[in-house]
Design a protein around this ligand. Structure first.
Ligand SMILES: Cc1cc2nc3c(=O)[nH]c(=O)nc-3n(C[C@H](O)[C@H](O)[C@H](O)COP(=O)(O)OP(=O)(O)OC[C@H]3O[C@@H](n4cnc5c(N)ncnc54)[C@H](O)[C@@H]3O)c2cc1C
Length: 435
């Protein structure tokens, strides 16, 4: 076949994919027989980005999948986040982080560009502002190290940064530019994964609050919701900040801590901010002391109600709103936004983008992130029980990392083989019997 014919063939396949997947408009519900248990091969609890991606990648392998979500798809952290996609490319010796970030960007490309879902995804790059000499030296070393490992990142003068982000503050010391990073709309993206899963055959069931789980006498699990019973061979926990309470239903202690993140938005503006924007202040502070102890995960902005550092991330949405956030605080399941933190964050953002001084806050919101105590994700098999998997602990970066985390756990379930990179995220390192 000539190259030209090959191209045509590829395009026909692509259009076929577009028809079958992106055409599925709303997040699907399925009609169910009332009063009888629903049987499936694999049952996923949690309709955030981790669960939805797991469902998509398993359904693509023709596995029978049911996903249960107590609210709507993307109704928790996956729909409430900033929409930033992290990473610095694959590097020369890809580790789990490279897979989750660079692999995640590839999956976003696949759903939006190849399969035709509108997720407002684009590879925007990120600019991280450097405020003082100490931060400059730290990030200069970091960029040199990352580049020597094959990652794509560079240090820019304020002048060069303003050439790609004209509103960036020219009086700061410099900016780290990470061109491989991207952004996407959280709600549209999470729903796109669920729609793609449904189009590939998964049954997506919203409004299903799981209240108990019991092992079946043969093998597998009976999972009860407030409305019915489901039976499965293999169970996947993708319940984000609620892995602790769901783990208890199985007699397990899953040490995932809910961490409140909060955000604010301006009214819609004309296009003015093109990259995702961050600040070097927090990564420098956490390099000195990440604050972790027996009950606190690393890299929080507050500990015991005392601020340790400011943290910043933001972007301009396609609807024109400029949105920013950054605080990460351990408050149990308390989640309402707190004004003082929002004001500190707005002042921080204004140091980087002075145009924000003239714009007021039009809305605020918050959500709960699933932090593990050692800061690493939990992706893989829980050996204390049969046929039980988890994909969680994605902390403050799960929107970007969830798609690949879902693919990795789906591949593990489908093939029975744990890939090398999942050694770093082995859940057995921290999950215990709850006694
Ligand atoms: C303010 C904020 C900003 C953030 N910014 C970014 C960012 O820019 N980039 C980034 O990569 N990440 C970001 N994050 C982190 C990211 O949102 C999370 O890491 C990610 O969404 C976690 O996905 P998840 O699927 O594991 O959890 P979730 O999205 O929380 O999904 C878990 C789902 O499980 C369901 N569930 C729980 N218990 C039950 C039950 N008993 N029965 C049925 N369903 C149940 C919940 O309803 C929920 O929908 C941010 C988070 C917040 C809060």
């Amino acid at each position: 076949m000539s190259q030209r014919q090959g191209h045509k063939f590829h395009r026909r396949r692509l259009l076929k994919g577009l028809g079958s997947l992106a055409a599925a408009s709303a997040v699907p519900g399925t009609s169910w027989p009332q009063g009888s248990a629903v049987d499936t091969d694999i049952l996923i609890i949690g309709g955030g980005i981790a669960g939805a991606s797991t469902a998509f990648h398993l359904a693509e392998q023709d596995r029978a999948v049911v996903l249960l979500e107590r609210g709507g798809i993307g109704s928790e952290a996956s729909g409430q986040n900033m929409g930033g996609l992290g990473g610095n490319g694959w590097g020369s010796n890809p580790n789990l982080l490279s897979y989750l970030t660079a692999g995640g960007v590839e999956i976003f490309k696949r759903l939006q560009v190849d399969l035709g879902f509108d997720m407002e995804f684009r590879k925007s790059g990120t600019l991280t502002a450097i405020h003082n000499e100490e931060q400059f030296e730290f990030h200069q070393d970091r960029v040199i190290n990352l580049r020597s490992e094959g990652y794509e990142v560079e240090l820019l003068s304020p002048r060069e940064a303003r050439a790609i982000e004209p509103q960036a503050n020219g009086d700061l010391l410099g900016y780290v530019h990470a061109p491989e990073r991207g952004q996407a709309d959280p709600v549209k993206s999470t729903q796109a994964f669920a729609q793609a899963a449904a189009a590939a055959g998964a049954r997506i069931r919203t409004g299903e609050n799981v209240i108990s789980i019991a092992p079946l006498s043969s093998e597998g699990y009976a999972v009860n919701t407030t409305t019915g019973e489901y039976r499965c061979q293999t169970l996947v926990l993708a319940t984000g900040a609620w892995c602790g309470p769901v783990g208890k239903m199985l007699g397990l202690n899953i040490p995932i801590t809910p961490i409140r993140g909060q955000m604010w938005a301006t009214a819609p503006q004309p296009p003015r901010v093109f990259n995702t924007i961050g600040s070097a202040e927090s990564s420098f502070a956490w390099s000195k002391n990440n604050g972790a102890d027996a009950t606190h995960p690393p890299n929080l902005t507050h500990k015991n109600s005392v601020r340790l550092t400011r943290h910043l991330y933001g972007r301009q949405r396609q609807n024109g709103e400029v949105i920013f956030g950054g605080d990460r605080e351990s408050l149990g399941y308390i989640r309402h936004p707190e004004q003082a933190g929002i004001e500190v964050n707005k002042a921080h953002a204004t140091e980087v983008l002075p145009l924000l001084s003239g714009l007021s806050i039009s809305r605020v919101w918050s959500g709960l992130m699933p932090f593990s105590l050692d800061g690493s994700p939990l992706i893989g098999k829980i050996s204390l029980r049969d046929s039980l998997f988890i994909v969680s602990g994605l902390s403050s970066s799960g929107f970007g990392r969830g798609p690949m985390a879902g693919k990795l756990v789906a591949d593990y379930i489908h093939t029975g083989h744990k890939t090398r990179v999942l050694t770093e995220s082995d859940p057995d390192r921290c999950i215990t019997e709850s006694g």
